[in-house]
Write a protein that binds this ligand. Structure first.
Ligand code: 13P
Length: 258
């Protein structure tokens, strides 16, 4: 049985002082956790500061982005090797905020996926539909197409042991999370699709839900068979609420899978 994966995506928030306080509080509040995998994704320039506080902790480091090149004349970019150098374990790619604000498309995201696999970092591939697509009933086809680009360009094997985060765009930062039953249906559809390509790969994939996850609603998501964790935005910026989410997941695991 996989442990649930709880990741806090801090996005473009914080400064040296608030981030230091946040990570110190999380390390203290989460020292008892043994049944969840936890990671935090600070803004890239604070990765090293956060890493310093994680040396004796089982909280892992996650990056919010990576470039498609290993090195060279690419001003302002950050390579997978640099992230690995700082002991980063996970890297978020394909987040809708990068698709929207930086015009990143599926082919470009597949390149990032491929680079991460080559270097041995774990991609957290974000997928999801916007409100219009949701209203028109296109959720499943949008999600599958986003994954298909990767399976077509680099093969289904590349998905092995990776993380897929289903984040409906309309649920992000809106306070309106998707219904746990709908998320379960989407996750099952995705897992079945990957299984139709390769069953053994499908079983290794961790599927997270993201979009207005809070301590109040997280249990309903974890209760679903195909939801293996959550990707948390706003609620991960406060130590109390992120720690509460992880503690709820820990208790759930103790009750159901020990
Ligand atoms: P919120 O939890 O703030 O909705 O953000 C979700 C998200 O985008 C995580 O990557």
């Amino acid at each position: 049985m996989k442990h649930p994966l709880i990741v806090g995506n801090w996005k473009l928030n914080g400064n040296k002082n608030t981030i230091t306080n946040l990570i110190i509080a999380l390390v203290n509040n989460l020292s008892n956790i043994s049944k969840c995998n936890i990671a935090v994704a600070p803004p890239v320039m604070y990765l090293d500061i956060v890493r310093h506080y994680l040396l004796d902790s089982h909280i892992q480091l996650c990056a919010q982005n990576v470039d498609v090149h290993f090195s060279g004349s690419f001003t302002g970019d950050i390579s997978a090797e640099m992230l690995k150098d700082l002991h980063t374990r996970y890297v978020i790619i394909g987040h809708s905020e990068r698709r929207i604000h930086h015009k990143e498309n599926d082919v470009y995201i597949a390149k990032k996926f491929s680079i991460l696999k080559k270097i041995g970092l774990i991609p957290i591939l974000c997928i999801g539909e916007n409100k219009n697509e949701y209203d028109s009933g296109y959720t499943q086809s949008i999600c599958i197409n986003q994954i298909k680009t990767i399976t077509k360009l680099i093969g289904v094997e590349a998905l092995k042991n990776s993380v897929i985060a289903y984040e409906p765009i309309w649920a992000i930062g809106s306070g309106n999370s998707a219904s746990p039953e709908n998320v379960q249906a989407v996750h099952k559809f995705i897992r079945d699709y990957i299984a139709s390509c390769d069953v053994s790969v499908a079983n290794t994939i961790t599927m997270q839900y993201g979009g207005s996850v809070t301590p109040e609603n997280v249990i309903q998501f974890l209760n679903q068979k195909d939801i293996d964790g959550v990707l948390v935005g706003a609620a991960s910026l406060k130590a109390d609420s992120f720690a509460a989410i992880v503690q709820i997941a820990e208790k759930y695991e103790q009750l159901h899978h020990s």
